[in-house]
Each structure stands twice: as C-alpha cells, then as structure tokens.
Design a protein around this ligand. Structure first.
Ligand SMILES: [Zn+2]
Length: 289
C-alpha cells in the first residue's frame, strides 16, 4: 500500500515537472509543456520522441500551420507563443506529419493572465505621436524571421542588461476606458544611459537601424521562430547580417525614439507572437522599488 502511495506521488510530481504527455500509436510520445492549460503570454513547448521517423511534422493553432523542427534522430521540438490578448478558453492544437504516421488533436486551454490596464484619456485632438508605417513594417518583418537552425538551448538566459523591471509585459492599453487591442509587448529594464546591452543568445542580426519612434533598434533571429528585440538604445554596435554569440555587446542603454527615460525595451517573439520573456526565458529581474 505504501509503495503504491509513493508511486502515485512520484507520477504526480513528474507530471508537474514534465507537462502533459501522451502516446500515439504506441510508438510516438508527445509532451506538451508546461501543461495543456496555460496562461496568456506564456510559451508552450511541444516535444515529440518517436520510434519511427516522422515526415515534416507540423502543428496547427488558430488556423495557422507551424513547423516542428527535428532535434535529433526521431526527436522533434517546436515552440508555440500565446499572446497577452489571446482569447481565454479552449483552442485546438493539432499535431501531424506528412506521412500519416501522426495525427493528434489536443484541447489547449488558455486562461486569463489578468494583466493590469493602463488607461489614457485622449481628447479630440490628434496626438503628436503619429504612426510611422515604414518603421512598423520593417520591424514587423524582422520579427517574423525564421531560420531553420536553433542557435539557443540553455535556458534561462541572462538578462540583456543589468537593471530593474520598470514595466512588465502584457500591460493592456486602453483609450478613454476602451481596449485598443494594444499592449506592452515586452519588458522595460531601467538602467543608466550608456550601460552595455548584450544579446540574449546566439543568432543573426536581422535588423539594426535608427528609427523615429523605436529609436536605435536591433532584432536578432535565434532560429526556429525565436526572435529578440532591443529598442530605444543610445548606440548600436552591430549591423544587419552579423552573427552574434550569447552575451555579446550589441548596443548601449538609451532613451532614443519615443521614450521618457533611459531604459531597455526587450521583446521576445515566437513565430511573430510577442510573449512574456520573464516566464521561462530569462533569469529573474527584480521589480524597481
Ligand atoms: Zn517597453
């Protein structure tokens, strides 16, 4: 009886640690981590271990198809980013391959994160902050960069710069009490002007440019859909096309563009979806006092 109890406890804790696992056709193990229930802004990791080779495995989420990458012989991995404004409720996650060896649907529940709301009162007059479509287009394109190889493995990564957390991911922006659909897509790290900004992990610089609103901006493609963004920097020390290593100096903290004081806005994207960099990806950053 005691042994059974112990075994039940072990399986309970391993389930907590390893996420949800299931076996398909007796020879394909799928793990959905951290669980089949996640919160807005979180990262879902799909891992597959198979006895047989799979052909171009993919997953479908909200009508879009994403590649599942080969990690090793018969082992595969993919990331799924849940945005801060993803609809709470059950979403279908379908995993399958091209050789009809695998087809499995999961019910992925997204729970509300209850991000704080920032309401801005706007009068009839036009704000001085006008959208720059060219700038937005270039950044949006860079965020979607997907190279096949993953340049990262050991997580969590070091924070890109030393400092405290002055603004969290997910802050919902309202105008006159109404949601704008806009939210804080990264974190703001308060730090002195001129302090070194490092890359989070190895990757390729896909954008390094001075912009009017975002200021000095660097976007790095870390492979397999993971992209990091660094904005409002004082200086940029890399150029487009550079291959950078983890913790390499890429710029300096600043307040260029539409910014009210020296800080680094750091964003992390999975297949173009902004996710919470604090959860899962970065070592702890303490909030500013
Ligand atoms: Zn920010």
């Amino acid at each position: 009886m005691q042994i059974l109890k112990l075994l039940a406890m072990i399986s309970f804790f391993s389930a907590l640690l390893c996420g949800y696992t299931t076996t398909v056709n007796n020879n394909i193990n799928i793990e959905i981590s951290p669980a089949l229930k996640v919160k807005q802004g979180e990262t879902v990791i799909i891992s597959i271990e198979s006895d047989i080779p799979l052909k171009n495995p993919v997953y479908f989420f909200k009508g879009k198809k994403y590649k599942i990458y080969k990690k090793d012989k018969n082992s595969y991995k993919a990331l799924l980013g849940i945005s801060a404004i993803e609809k709470a409720g059950v979403h279908y996650l379908l995993i399958r391959d091209n050789a009809s060896k695998l087809e499995k649907q999961f019910n992925l529940t997204v729970a509300k994160s209850n991000f704080p709301i920032q309401n801005i009162r706007i009068s009839g007059k036009k704000s001085s902050l006008t959208v720059d479509n060219k700038e937005l287009g270039l950044i949006a394109n860079a965020k979607k960069a997907i190279s096949k190889k993953a340049y990262w493995n050991d997580i969590p990564f070091d924070s890109p710069t030393k400092g405290c957390l002055v603004s969290k991911y997910g802050l919902l922006r309202y105008h006159n009490g109404k949601p704008t659909g806009n939210y804080h897509k990264g974190i703001d790290i308060k730090a002195p002007s001129g302090q070194i900004v490092n890359t989070m992990a190895k990757g390729t610089v896909v954008l390094a440019e001075k912009f009017r609103l975002h200021g000095n901006t660097v976007v790095i493609d870390h492979g397999q859909g993971l992209v990091s963004l660094y904005i409002h920097m004082k200086k940029i020390h890399v150029k487009q096309g550079d291959v950078v290593t983890a913790n390499q100096k890429i710029g300096e903290v600043g307040t260029t563009g539409f910014s009210t004081g020296p800080h680094l806005h750091f964003g992390l994207y999975i297949n173009g979806t902004p996710i919470n960099p604090i959860q899962y990806w970065l070592k702890e950053i303490l909030p500013c006092k």
